[in-house]
Design a protein around this ligand. Sequence first.
Ligand SMILES: CC(=O)N[C@H]1[C@@H](OP(=O)(O)O)O[C@H](CO)[C@@H](O)[C@@H]1O
Ligand SMILES: [Mg+2]
Length: 564
Amino acid sequence: MSSMKEAVTKLAAAHPRAQGAVYRYGTAGFREAAEVLDAVFVRVGMLSWVRALSTRANVGLMVTASHNPHRDNGVKLVDPDGGMLSQSWESFATDLCNAQEDKVADVLERICNEIGVDLAAKTPSDIHVFVGWDTRTHSPRLADLAAQGIESVGGAAERIGVVTTPILHHCVRSSNMPEEAELASVEGYRTKLGRAFATLVRTAKPSPAPQLVVDAAFGVGGPCFEALLASLDNEVRPKAEIRNVPTGEAAKAQEEADKLNNGVGAEHVQKKLLFPEQVPNLPDERGVRCCSFDGDADRIVYYRAMGESDSLNLFDGDKIACLYTYFIQMQMAALPDALTSGVKVGCIQTAYANGASTEYITKKLKVDAPRTKTGVKHLHHKAVEYDVGVYFEANGHGTVLFGREFISRLREAAPGLEDDATASAAVETLLALEQLINQATGDAMADLLAVEAILRADSMSLDDWDGFYTDLPSRQLKCQVADRTAIKTSDDESRVLEPASLQDAIDSLVAQYKSGRAFARPSGTEDAVRVYAEADTSAAADELATKVLQAVFDHAGGVGERPN
Ligand SMILES: CC(=O)N[C@H]1[C@@H](OP(=O)(O)O)O[C@H](CO)[C@@H](O)[C@@H]1O
Ligand SMILES: [Mg+2]
């Protein structure tokens, strides 16, 4: 047996799979209770190095379970372009993680043979796997297991420490681009965002920065955003106060771990339509703009408390997407035809997008709004078909991808536009947006700065932004069933194909509600079936959602108490 094979087998045996566990590659990678993940981490560590070798480039591995409770952890694998692991590799990851301990080396060999990688060949010295982790108490240990997996197959792990998921994506992407390689670090990330943000703010009419309260969900976004804010020039720094930040003190570790994503964070606000703890402090902060990150800071939603009843006025991912699309279209309109001819702008959504947002994008802005399956990997793949591809999930996960060709066109045209101040400013703005908005993945911190910069540049108030359109009332619920994988949906997830009786039930419920729309799909990140419903009033949306949830429970083997 070769020494590498021996090392792999030894490591796999030292960190066996949990008894009875079947690991599934979900919407964003593996995600389970932290204590059953040891085997997954050593194995995905190995696989990440094979991916690096097969692409001859740096890749990344992030330890996080994002918006899940603290008991869970997970892994997100990042490809050389900064995107999520190619879907064609997901089955390799699944096979490797579910292999018997003494078969791990064989499965790895089979994968290597299939893709033409020779693990025994001389190790290239210039590539590595970036490993980052969030603030969960078990994350450093799992990151270490991943690094051991990488090293067991002769690979190099570059530990970048406690970072948000988007910082890790940034490092991977930049490190593989010669012109950006010097920015492939946490400091480089801050430098890049700081520069672009300052450019955008300086082109705006001077106005005092509005008060902003940030809920960091007791996740990794707290310390990372504090550091980013501190690195910005005084002159442009947003007046942001960050709350729900873990202190990092050992004595408070458990207490703060319990608070992670618990009654705080983007998921709580967007799904439950409730304010998080501490944000805003009412009644003093009535009307103040607030935003929430999720646990690994790749999502953001804005909101404020409105009126005497302090109701929640939400600016979700759809509204952020509309703000971006509106602002980009405005810059496009200021460019000479030669620069925009043939340029395609699109705004990609999922079935969770509020119907009113889709109508605003297609009818008001006259921009394409195709829909894909849930999960940013699907949105991302569609967005690259456009020269400017805005994509967002309603939950606040999204970004804007600028095509290389369009950016080169803008860069080349810039010097010749000096006599046309409007066009020149629009080019500068678009180029700065491309630098600020994460080109690899949704990024709460980058999106916060981009939203703030756009609102300032366009002298827009929250009322103006809110007035783009009024959300159709909607409600999201979830329940557990015996086997959620038994539920099969159509490609865009808007219809259940199996069990057929469930879709029949949903159809007949939807027909009873004005402007009704509803669908159910198995979650890829939680052991739950999710239900979404829209109708003409909040009460009707709530009722429709509940009835559809009951239908799921009845037709798909609900467990526990029937929802009512
Ligand atoms: C309705 C919803 O918000 N679903 C989320 C959630 O996926 P599910 O497959 O629905 O659990 O987590 C994903 C990863 O963070 C995110 O991409 C997606 O939008
Ligand atoms: Mg997340």
